[in-house]
Ligand binder design. Structure first.
Ligand code: CDP
Ligand code: MG
Length: 736
């Protein structure tokens, strides 16, 4: 137990206890009897002493260590099967006491707004209650979630509770992944997927109940669904509609749905002590880690787990690395800390880890994105650390630029986050911002996504559903008119709508693809350039979401060399993606090949999956699968046919200027063209980090712009000589 720490010094068997006690009284210097170890923990100690004293004060006082469990209870639960245990757990959820009342209310009313704290059992239990009450005899029960991970993990949980195989009676459907079958009666899905189902089944005839869950999140798709389900409920009196939300802002939902009754599930809520920093934290990531370690070393393990909110995958991975490094530095002197990351792109097999019970003597620290705010309930959390930020989409309707920015959260979010610590007992929430910030700087509520996003995709979907009068669509909160017009303009430019704003044949084909309109257009255009085979591979690679390359710290040079191999000849990032996909395919999708080339196998498998589905959709829109792999120009022209609005011309010092709505941008350093700096480029997307970067860039001949999009570009836009470029605006697609 008291292993040598490496310095050769004999350890005092009581050192651990002493050090522990020193932590307890708050003047810790992490003295473990080894200089070596003291050295390693220096940075930790620094913050320990002066950076966030508030923690010392708050964590030190009066935490109760109660983990008594009657002996018989323990014995009893040990002989029970896991299935029986789950059935008992179901009965302990707050919603259980209201099961019959709830079913009665659903029976009595067509539309019901349901409000209950996160973790009360809305998502997992309500569909099961409805199934038990016979609703599935008349049709499926659909339950929408704003997030993929939530749809998957909740479906997995419910299938366990029902003792069935996932994908049979209980399934889920998310973009590019359908885990349902003929048998499926409880279907969890993303809100975006239900939106797409309207295209094939405009009255949702296969459903007896639709539950729009997590309604408070107000995602774009959820907001659009509100309008659509409200409409079909009028002519389908047999359809039950449930709108469920974790916040008390239910009146708004009720008003919107013609004064639908509100069913409140009283939650179990334990007091949560909220602590603020005395001064703003310059580095919230570091402050969060230090706070977590502080809690871990000062509080008994078994007393509760820690949940930290970060803004995204990258931050979570960094935090994970630092935490591992620092706890390694503390050796066996501290109890085991189990680090559990959770974010949208985390592979499914790793997601389950956050739900596993924490072993005795250890503590779990969950590093999560906003997903843990209300979508997922993790039991056993006692401490929440809230840096106060999230990643949020913002959209400039004037320029049509969309960016994902790290933004302060709203008060409503902050309170949801804090609430996560008080589910199973009294909790504590450490806000890494000041009380002044909270009261004066944070907005009360998050602005609904519909008011801060590009609407092109949604407009195309609505148009294909035959909804023409978008300005008068029944929005709960209407989007800015400017954003709607911008979307119409873009769809017109892409040829998806005609001058009257009606869907064209191209638009109809585009709508079949669950992709952004520019990507869909690229695919539809590939027919003309006879390269649909190559284009769907590129589209699949662009849609993977997580990164393709793997760059281990100790092999960065090798990894970069491997990556640059695909860029030989400055072919551009799109063609490089194609080369990667084709080379992998040639090896018969070999995993070994991925290792050798520093490519993430998982990302490639996903690309292959997506590609297969795109191939199926090509068939549906009657585009032949044609390969034209030697004609790179044809492939680039097809890309241009979708992405011509994203063109940029080099200025000076490696900076670029976008041709329409001129703005200074740069080629992302990870691009294969970051050194080559071609004069004209087309890009897939802009990301704002330290600068406005173009990601996935390909060289372009300016003539193509005029050739492919003559309604969008005139010769003078693309002439190299002129100094002042004021492109003429595109003709506005009219409203009908
Ligand atoms: O939807 P709501 O927030 O009201 O609660 P829920 O998601 O139905 O969760 C109810 C309970 O199910 C949680 O407290 C967890 O104990 C459990 N659960 C789980 O163990 N694993 C999941 N993937 C989802 C829920
Ligand atoms: Mg829920």
């Amino acid at each position: 137990r008291y292993r040598d720490s490496g310095s050769g010094e004999k350890m005092n068997p009581f050192a651990e206890q002493e050090a522990w006690e020193e932590h307890q009284i708050g003047k810790a210097t992490l003295k473990y009897g080894s200089k070596d170890r003291k050295q390693k923990s220096d940075d930790f100690q620094f913050v320990f002493e002066d950076q966030i004293d508030f923690i010392k004060e708050s964590v030190m006082d009066g935490v109760n260590f109660e983990d008594e469990l009657p002996a018989e209870a323990l014995d009893k639960s040990m002989v029970k099967s896991a299935f029986e245990k789950l059935q008992e757990d179901r009965k302990t959820l707050p919603i259980y006491a209201y099961r019959d009342d709830l079913l009665q209310a659903i029976d009595d009313h067509q539309v019901l707004v349901i409000v209950g704290e996160t973790g009360s059992g809305k998502t997992t239990q309500i569909p099961q209650y409805l199934h038990e009450a016979g609703y599935t005899k008349r049709g499926k029960i659909g339950c929408t979630q704003p997030r993929r991970v939530a749809a998957m993990s909740v479906a997995a949980r419910v299938s366990q509770e029902m003792g069935v195989k996932l994908g049979h009676e209980v399934g889920y459907s998310i973009r590019f992944e359908d885990c349902t079958s003929e048998k499926t009666v409880l279907k969890y899905m993303t809100d975006g997927m239900l939106l797409r189902e309207f295209l094939g089944e405009p009255d949702l005839a296969g459903y007896s109940v639709v539950m729009v869950d997590e309604a408070h999140e107000r995602t774009l798709s959820t907001d659009i669904l509100f309008g659509l389900v409200k409409d079909i409920a009028r002519f389908r009196p047999d359809l039950k509609l449930l709108i469920s939300s974790a916040t008390l802002d239910a009146e708004k939902f009720s008003d919107y749905f013609d004064s639908a009754p509100i069913f409140k599930i009283p939650g179990r809520r334990f007091p949560v002590e909220v602590h603020y920093t005395k001064a703003p934290e310059a580095d919230y990531l570091d402050a969060a880690i230090v706070t977590a370690l502080q809690i871990h070393v000062t509080q008994q393990p078994g007393d509760g787990d820690i949940l930290i909110f970060f803004t995204g995958q990258e931050e979570i991975e960094t935090a994970e690395e630092i935490l591992k490094h620092r706890t390694r530095g503390l050796g066996t002197k501290i109890p085991e800390l189990i680090i559990c990351p959770i974010y949208a792109n985390l592979p499914t097999e790793l997601q389950a880890k956050i739900f596993e019970p924490t072993p005795e003597g250890a503590r779990k620290v969950v590093l999560a994105t906003n997903i843990a705010e209300t979508s997922l309930t993790i039991d056993g959390i006692k401490y929440v650390i809230d840096p106060g930020f999230c990643k949020m989409k913002s959209y400039n309707p004037r320029t049509g630029m969309e960016s994902l920015l790290v933004t302060p959260i709203s008060k409503a979010s902050a309170n949801q986050r804090a609430g996560r610590s008080g589910r199973t007992g009294p909790g504590k929430c450490f806000r890494l911002y000041t009380a002044y910030n909270y009261y004066n700087d944070l907005d009360d509520n998050t602005v609904p996504e519909i008011q801060r996003t590009n609407l092109a995709n949604v407009v195309l979907t609505l148009k294909s559903l035959g909804i023409h009068d978008l300005l008068n669509f029944d929005f709960m909160d209407p989007p800015p008119a400017e954003a709607l017009l911008k979307a119409l303009e873009l769809l017109f430019a892409l040829g998806a709508l005609n001058k009257l704003g009606e869907l064209t044949k191209v638009g109809r084909r585009m709508a079949e693809f669950p992709l952004d309109p520019m990507l869909s257009k690229m695919i539809v255009a590939s027919e003309k350039y006879q390269c649909s085979d190559e284009i769907i591979s590129i589209a699949a690679m662009l849609s993977v979401g997580s990164s393709i390359f793997y760059r281990p710290k100790d092999k960065q040079v090798h990894a970069d060399t491997a990556r640059m191999n695909f860029h030989t000849g400055n072919v551009g990032d799109h063609i490089a993606l194609l080369k990667i996909y084709s080379s992998w395919k040639e090896t018969n999708y070999a995993t070994q090949w991925c290792y050798e080339n520093y490519i993430q196998v998982r990302s490639m498998k996903r690309a292959r999956d997506i590609r297969d589905q795109l191939e199926g959709l090509l068939e549906r829109v009657e585009i032949e699968l044609m390969s034209n792999s030697n004609d790179l120009e044809a492939i680039k022209k097809a890309i241009t046919a979708g992405f011509f609005p994203h063109s940029a011309r080099m200025q000076k010092n490696g900076s670029y200027r976008t041709v329409k709505h001129p703005q200074t941008v740069y080629i992302h350093p990870t691009s294969g063209l970051a050194q080559a700096l071609p004069r004209w480029v087309i890009y897939h997307e802009l990301v704002l980090t330290t600068k406005e970067y173009m990601r996935q860039v390909t060289e372009l001949k300016p003539d193509w712009l005029v050739e492919i999009a003559p309604h969008y570009y005139q010769m003078k836009d693309v002439e190299d000589s002129g100094s002042k470029k004021m492109p003429r605006g595109v003709g506005r697609a009219s409203q009908d």
